[in-house]
Design a protein around this ligand. Sequence first.
Ligand SMILES: Cc1cc2nc3c(=O)[nH]c(=O)nc-3n(C[C@H](O)[C@H](O)[C@H](O)COP(=O)(O)OP(=O)(O)OC[C@H]3O[C@@H](n4cnc5c(N)ncnc54)[C@H](O)[C@@H]3O)c2cc1C
Ligand code: FES
Length: 272
Amino acid sequence: MKNIYQPIKAEVVNITDESSNIKTFTLKPSEKFSFVTGQFIEFSLNGIGESPFTPSSSPYKTETIDVTIMRAGYVTEKIHQLKKGDIVGIRGPYGKGYPIEEMVDKEVLILGGGVGMAPLRSFLLTLVKQIDKFKKVTLCYGSKSPEDIIYKSEFEDWKKIKKLDILRSVDKCPEGVWKESVGVVTCLLDKVKVDLKNSVAIVCGPPIMMKFGTKKLLEVGFSPKNIYLSMEKNMSCGLGKCGHCQLGPYFVCKDGPVFLYDKIKDLEELWD
Ligand SMILES: Cc1cc2nc3c(=O)[nH]c(=O)nc-3n(C[C@H](O)[C@H](O)[C@H](O)COP(=O)(O)OP(=O)(O)OC[C@H]3O[C@@H](n4cnc5c(N)ncnc54)[C@H](O)[C@@H]3O)c2cc1C
Ligand code: FES
């Protein structure tokens, strides 16, 4: 019988330093591996442990997958020590991704913070591939400082894409260094013009940013039925079996990680 927890092997074929504590690992799976943008994988190191991450590459790129990982504790510290040619384990993909078809003919507003840009890069690349299907795409991205911005060189390419507007802010920086916005990412929402009747918003970032980002979207007039959140809960099995990731009546690994805000807005532990 097949062991559902058995990872497949994947070779680390490239490593990109994104910031002082974030790296992107390009993995070449030993078997065919595909995912829907927004789904996650379990990434394991033999004898160390495993952690969930959302692929940051386009699902249309099938030979390799990127995962962008912030150093946060034991497993991620060990992942950051990987070298090109090392072999890791991956299993998945798990959960439900972004419902792209529901966004067709609409304006899509993406709100991201910090390493939350990882799943959003995959999502953005998916939209860009079929950009004519959407009225407009706006990306609002915030990071602590200019040095903490990830995918720096890619932003320059994204700025040239038609129907895609990009606004960025940093929490703080010395005067004269940064020509874009300064302040928490939600301040960008005051500058964005959207057709509220025909728009969806996608939010991913640290819990505090998700909370205040959602609050601000509601304030500017978004309906809870048009806001999608990428929720993170501590996970173990990733398969809806252990209960570690419970959020009210839902298992984030199985029913999410992408949730319509309307579905979870009344849960007491939503922002815990
Ligand atoms: C569906 C999903 C997708 C994710 N995608 C990404 C991603 O693309 N890039 C990325 O850098 N991180 C992502 N994370 C968070 C990542 O899984 C954790 O940072 C990682 O598990 C920490 O492991 P650790 O052993 O290094 O840290 P630990 O020593 O276990 O913990 C360090 C800190 O990380 C927190 N943490 C531990 N496990 C999780 C977890 N499962 N979810 C959230 N926080 C956790 C702990 O509460 C603690 O504050 C994702 C988490 C989930 C649930
Ligand atoms: S991680 Fe085990 S049920 Fe979700």
